[in-house]
Design a protein. Structure first.
Length: 436
């Protein structure tokens, strides 16, 4: 694909059906049915390596993780019980619900985003642009509405749980990732609320380092609802945010009495402009100087419909096939420009994919464009009838579909790439091998 003006529906690279042998298809289907009844193997990553020569260990923000699957920030990652289920089911990472930054006095300049989620709706959606069917989840709220201290307690509890479960199982700990919406100056506003950046970042690090000294990744969340606000009406204004925010977050960490390692990530949103501006944002974060450059990024947050109403509120963020199509379309163009980006200071940034990931096949689509991990949200909330595994916890059911579905599973599509690239069956295939 050579044009950012390519029509919707042109984003995918993979064919409709995998090119695999009938014997492999039968073997994959057999495991799909067997694990639906009895549950997956205790050491699933070892099983995948031994049975399918597939190494699913990878990285997020440059930090090693056991597998590429993560839970995106949202209402499914805001209490200890939810985190424990995800950790025990073996997710590679969990991004906590987005908290709103505050200063030492408890003042939040972005408090309009701390809205309680009163109702949530999971439903099928037919993309108005692509005409393809999928799923989306809609809710009224935005960010974390509880106290800031409760969020810090969640960081500590989540980290303790991940460490404990990993110790009992003798494996890698699920990576816990805080997410924050820091102050963004509105048009005409010249000052950044640096005190919010300093105080919040230091508090996150204090909570994180209470467990150990591993580098703390943090996602700076550019919410999809931001796209529909007056704050994001100017392109230069958005680019100014992308240049200033990473340095402001790092400045807060550097003022701690005890140094702590920090990995700053930007969760880029789908702005209310055309695809060219999405590409410009990606180019921009790679071209800015080292102090302002993020350590990684997440791409790309949900679409926004300003005309749709939900639960008495105007404007709705939504996902589904139109979102994944746009993300893949933009990332295809960006990936084709890899030579120019790899020549920039620091080279290509690692990135985590999000948006319309409802199958292992879609995850492979993102991996072909360089994503090293995959964040899902809606897929963990589907009706029970959508999962082949009928017992066990929802996270485990979702992962079973993502790995082993005989038509759309990650195992099947990894084998497809092995076949079309004429790789031997005993060669270990890794996530970082997937980009073409």
């Amino acid at each position: 694909m050579s044009s950012l003006m390519s029509p919707p529906g042109s984003g995918e690279i993979l064919p409709e059906s995998p090119h695999i042998s009938s014997s492999f298809r039968r073997r994959a289907a057999g495991f799909y049915d067997r694990f639906a009844e009895g549950g997956p193997p205790a050491h699933l990553e070892d099983f995948l390596r031994e049975e399918f020569s597939l190494d699913v260990s990878t990285e997020y923000a440059g930090i090693p993780i056991r597998n590429p699957w993560g839970k995106a920030s949202g209402q499914l990652s805001m209490n200890a019980d939810q985190i424990r289920e995800d950790v025990e089911c073996g997710l590679g990472f969990v991004v906590l619900k987005t908290v709103i930054a505050q200063d030492q006095h408890g003042t939040q300049s972005m408090d309009a985003w701390a809205i309680h989620e009163s109702r949530m709706l999971v439903e099928r959606i037919t993309g108005p642009l692509t005409g393809q069917s999928g799923w989306t989840v809609t809710w009224k709220g935005r960010g974390w509405w509880r106290s800031f201290d409760e969020y810090l307690a969640l960081i500590r509890a989540a980290r303790d749980t991940a460490s404990q479960v990993a110790g009992n199982a003798g494996g890698h700990a699920t990576l816990i990732v805080p997410s924050c919406k820091y102050h963004l100056p509105a048009p005409g506003e010249t000052e950044w609320r640096k005190c919010e950046y300093d105080y919040s970042t230091q508090q996150f690090l204090d909570a994180w380092c209470a467990t150990d000294s591993q580098p703390m990744p943090i996602e700076k969340d550019f919410s999809p609802t931001l796209a529909g606000s007056d704050l994001a009406t100017g392109r230069n204004h958005i680019l100014h945010w992308l240049r200033e925010v990473p340095g402001l977050i790092r400045s807060g960490s550097q003022q701690r009495k005890t140094p702590a390692a920090l990995r700053v990530g930007l969760k880029l949103f789908n702005a209310m402009f055309d695809d060219r501006f999405q590409l410009e944002m990606l180019q921009w974060i790679h071209a800015i100087d080292s102090q302002s450059r993020p350590d990684f990024y997440v791409y790309g947050n949900r679409l926004f419909n300003s005309k749709q109403n939900f639960s008495g509120a105007s404007g709705v963020a939504y996902g589904g096939p139109d979102l994944s199509d746009r993300n893949l379309r933009v990332m295809s163009v960006f990936s084709q420009e890899s030579d120019s980006h790899s020549g920039s200071a620091g080279g290509r940034l690692p990135w985590s994919a999000t948006g319309g990931i409802g199958s292992g096949r879609m995850a492979v689509e993102y991996a072909l464009r360089g994503a090293s991990s995959f964040q899902l949200h809606t897929f963990f909330q589907l009706p029970a009838s959508e999962y082949h595994m009928k017992t066990g916890r929802r996270t485990a059911r979702a992962m079973h579909e993502l790995y082993f579905h005989p038509e759309t599973g990650f195992v099947v599509w990894a084998e497809h790439l092995r076949q079309v690239r004429s790789l031997s069956s005993d060669r270990i295939l890794r996530i970082q091998d997937l980009p073409a």
